[in-house]
Design a protein around this ligand. Structure first.
Ligand code: FES
Ligand SMILES: [Fe+2]
Length: 369
């Protein structure tokens, strides 16, 4: 798991105007809440007084108030009020918690979990067709899966599994010679012709307006955004966006947005949703049984074949981000569980010191030969 990327924290609908919400991402706990203007904020959940869980507190005057002794933190993470010391000066400068940049988009509250300054951050993934005429978005689907998120990401970049895991969709064989892998900013794309699959009882051919070839491609953006685009024809497209929140080393929550520029009748929403959920359930059955749970750290413990090329490239990206010092040392974190409260460092840490919680342990950058 990596710091310095955008992660989904909750859906916008889950976060009420007047109450906080607890969210677990990257093995850490966060509190989300809305201020008086409705803007969402995401803070580290641990109160720096004596460890209260802010997400059990209350939203008051646009701040989050700790349930234990009522310290109030605003959206920027600063403590503005210590009720037991009212009238006796300001809270100390150290009374602050990490606050993360937030964007609410596509009905999802995203937080940038890391300390990179704005100009160096990978931007939040842009769904270009969102809110465009001629496109329809599904309601967000939430998938809670008992697997490590990298396994799910790799599954999405794997064209060969379709024939075996999704046989009812009539997926044809993919020849590895037809698979193409290309590099993108912050990711890689894999594409292949798709033959003539069918969704349940619906053949692709029945859904399209013209007879051009069907193709599919998938790409990852950063460690946790996976996109699958299916061209039913030159004009008709379904694109699936998985914004993955690694909850911890064993669990993943996926925020699934489906876009389509065909079957636009809202009455077809349920059918499209059923197709998506059927296919996803087939993947989940495989993912939850993979062993080891987490991807091996060395390629000598698997036999990667030409059909796995995009997975190899995905792992190369992960290695690169590890070499930038962004990979969380999950084992160290697990060993320390219950003894030390850590925080993912927020951008403000680059400008001010004097933080109460230590930054989360990160794997050391290895010396290059
Ligand atoms: S622990 Fe939060 S106010 Fe005391
Ligand atoms: Fe699949």
């Amino acid at each position: 798991m990596y710091i310095n990327f955008w992660y989904p924290i909750c859906t916008g609908a889950e976060l009420p105007p007047d109450a906080p919400l607890r969210s677990r991402v990257l093995g850490m706990t966060f509190v989300a809440f809305r201020d008086d203007n409705g803007a969402a904020h995401v803070l580290s959940d641990t109160c720096v007084h004596r460890g209260g869980s802010l997400s059990n507190g209350k939203v008051a005057d646009g701040c989050i108030a700790c349930p234990y002794h009522g310290w109030r933190y605003s959206g920027d993470g600063r403590c503005h009020e210590i009720p037991a010391q009212r009238g006796r000066g300001k809270p100390p400068a150290r009374a602050k918690v990490d606050s993360y940049p937030v964007e609410e988009k596509y009905g999802i509250v995203f937080a940038f979990l890391g300390d990179l300054p704005e100009e160096e951050r990978p931007p939040l993934y842009e769904i270009r067709e969102f809110d465009q005429d001629g496109w329809r978005a599904s309601e967000i689907m939430i998938l809670n899966i008992a697997c490590y998120y990298e396994r799910s990401m790799e599954n999405g970049l794997d064209m060969v599994h379709n024939e075996f895991v999704h046989p009812l969709q009539g997926n044809p064989s993919v020849e590895t010679k037809d698979i193409e892998v290309t590099t993108l900013p912050w990711g890689n794309r894999v594409s292949a012709p798709m033959g003539e699959p069918q969704f349940g009882k619906t053949r692709m051919a029945d859904l399209r307006d013209d007879p051009t070839d069907i193709g599919a491609s998938s790409w990852h953006y950063g460690p946790n955004v996976l996109v699958t685009s299916i061209d039913l024809s030159a004009e008709n497209n379904l694109t699936q966006y998985f914004f993955e929140a690694p909850i911890d080393r064993d669990h993943t929550k996926i925020y699934f947005v489906n876009m389509r520029n065909c079957m636009l009748d809202p009455a077809l929403d349920d059918r499209v949703r059923d197709i998506n959920l059927t296919v996803t359930a087939e993947d989940v059955a495989i993912l939850e049984a993979l062993y080891p749970v987490r991807t091996p750290r060395t390629t000598t413990k698997e036999i990667l074949s030409p059909g796995d090329e995009c997975i190899v490239q995905f792992r190369a990206c992960l290695k690169d981000w590890e070499q930038r010092g962004w990979r969380i040392d999950s084992k160290a974190l697990a060993d320390d569980h219950g003894d030390t409260a850590y925080a993912i460092p927020c951008p403000q840490r680059r400008h001010s010191g004097n933080w109460v919680l230590d930054p989360i342990p990160l794997l050391p950058v290895q010396a290059q030969d």
